[in-house]
Every structure is written in C-alpha cells, then in structure tokens.
Design a protein around this ligand. Sequence first.
Ligand code: PLP
Length: 406
Amino acid sequence: MIKINENYKKLKASYLFSDIAKRVADYSRENPNAEIIRLGIGDVTRALPPVCIEALHRAVDEMGRDSSFMGYGPEQGYAFLREKIAQNDFQTRGVDVAPDEIFISDGAKCDTGNIQELFSQDIKIAVPDPVYPVYVDTNVMAGRTGENINGRYENLLYLESNEENGFVPSPPEERVDLIYLCFPNNPTGATSTKEQLKEWVDYARENDSLILFDAAYVSFIRDESLPHSIYEIEGAREVAMEFRSFSKNAGFTGTRCAFTVVPKECRAFDSNGNVAELHPLWLRRQTTKFNGVSYPVQRAAEAIYSEEGKKQVGELTDFYLENAKIIIETMTGLGYSCTGGVNSPYIWVNVRTESWAAFDSMLNKSAVVCTPGTGFGNCGDGYIRISAFNSRENVITAMERIDKAF
Ligand code: PLP
C-alpha cells in the first residue's frame, strides 16, 4: 500500500488567500460596477528594467546559434553572476562574501523552504510571529512539529513580534538550534538595527545555533545606518546563511532568480558534536536536486549590476517606496499607527479591531483589498498588511477612497 507523508495532514490549510478571493468575489457580485483595487498581494506590478530585457534578448539570440548555445550550466550558477553579486551586494559594503559562497537559485521561497533538509529531525526551531509561512510549513512537512493547536504548531518556538518590541523580537531565554529571521520583514515591514542583529549573532554563537536570514526586501532599505546583510555583524559568517532574491528589487517574480549565501565557515554539528560545514552539504544538495537557473535569466540578473541597471533598479524601488509614503500618510492621518513602509514595501497597520473585520470594512466601504494580519500568525490579529506594489494611480485612488470612508 502506497502511503502518504502523514505530516502533510498536520498542515493547517491556508485559507488566507482563498478566503480573500471569496470575499472579493462576493463583494464584486453584489457591487458589479465597483472598481476593486488590490493592495493585498506581495507581487510586483511594474515591468522588468530595460537592461534586463536587453540582456534577455541578447541571451536568447545566443541560445539560437550552435556556436553560442548554452546547455546545462553550473548548478551553483554562472560565475559571471556570482562575481557581480559578491562584489556589488557585499564587498563594496565592506562585507566578506566570495563568489563561491553564493548559490544562484530560482527563488528565495524554494531556498528558504529546501534548506531545512540539511538539519536533523530533532532540532528546536524558532520562527517569528507574524511569519512568512514558508518557514513554518516546510518544517511541518518534514515532521519537525506536532499538531496545530489554536493557530500554533507544537514544538516550534514563536518569537512574538509586537508594538512593544517594535516588531523585532529579542533572542529567547531558552536555547534553540535554528532561527528564522527576516528583515526588512514580511509582513510587518520592520527593520532591525545592527545592535539588534548582533544580539542574535551572539546568541547563535553562544548556543551553537544557526540563523537563516531572509533579506528578500533589502533593496528597499534607504536608511544607511541599517544593516543590509547579516554578515555586517562580526562573527556572523559561522552562524548565518543569507537568502536574497531578484523578485522585489528588479521585478523577477515571474522571471525567477535568487541566491543563497553559505560562507565556508558556516557550520552545524554532527551527532557526535563535531563541526560539520554547511557549504559542502548545500552544494551536494543543489548538485543532486537542482539543475540551475536558465542562462538568459542569469544574464538578465547580471544586467542589474551595470551602472544603468543599478539606476533602473533604484528607480523601481523608489517608485514603490513613494507609494508606501502615500499609504502611510493616509493611514496615519486617519489616526492609525503604522510600521514599515519606510525601508520596506509593506505597511503594517494597527487597525484596533479584529483583522478580518478591518478587511471587510475596507472592502465594503472603499473597494480596496488588503491582507488581514491574522493570516501570518496569531500576533498578526489586530493588524492589516497594505502592499505598496501597485500603480501610482491605483494607490492614490485607493487612499482617497479610504480617506473619505473612514
Ligand atoms: N522571502 C520573503 C520574506 C518573501 O516575502 C518572499 C516573497 O514574497 C520570498 C522570500 C520569495 O521570494 P522569491 O520570489 O525569490 O521566491
């Protein structure tokens, strides 16, 4: 008898986006003339930067000639891209990351989801609450949790993010083995300071733990005093992996390219307590299960690092940040306290009522869709997430409607 992985049964069905879709469909049926504006999703709305399109065209032409055709590439990614990343994203900021410590992939979602394969079944894991759900669900699938009781899985430690700690949790009293951190954060938009990250790095060093640092939104940081990489913190190379993505800086959500940094010193331990380097393990995992990102896409990602490319990416992220500013001005003007939206494309609004009630009221009164915070964890109740990924026109119209209705 072929049996399923029973852990999948533990997964709390994520009704979040289907619930949103259903409520929006109901509203639409009752209000057929309403022009709904969606500020709920985390997908970008603007086209790829022109430098990427040009690089894609060139690479596609190369693929069309026998003399320049590219077949399977290196599983870790082409050196031309890894070198540009190491230099521009790390070395120019004084951060020590070498090209061979970078693994190109087709998404930070896959990488943050797959990475847990490297670790033992019986590790103790800490996740933020609210959380990007991939960190949790992939560990549920792997059998590292118990059942979901009242919105929380047994055996996970939830790091509560709230207004008291500015949505940046401190290390816990107890020891944990694996820690997921994400800054600038999805969904709260919060950023962490160097001092706050140092607390985590020190904790990981003292407790032989490992930090998985998700920096998918780093390109939205404008405050230069904020860390862009966890490797800006001394000692992080031994205790942290970093995940980055081209999805939100250059609009690659549908094009797919990202990367993970695993420093050579980054370590875990074997069952005898001996140090086990993670770089060779991730390399082994990737060479066994992954065949690389397509050549044209890696060329398109490389183009982002040209002078023109940097300018275009800067303009793209500035555009969304200007949207975020408009959203914050409206929401704070109405008396709501907001987090994020300054070094992040997400605005986390304290709606002073239950999340779904706020969602319904925004939809019914202004035909604007947001995301109820409760969908990201128990600590998200009482909040909504508004995304700045939309056209200027839509953001302005949405905010005018909200301003009038509330
Ligand atoms: N990490 C975080 C925190 C995200 O919010 C997202 C996407 O929304 C991702 C990773 C996924 O990125 P990618 O498109 O590279 O898979």
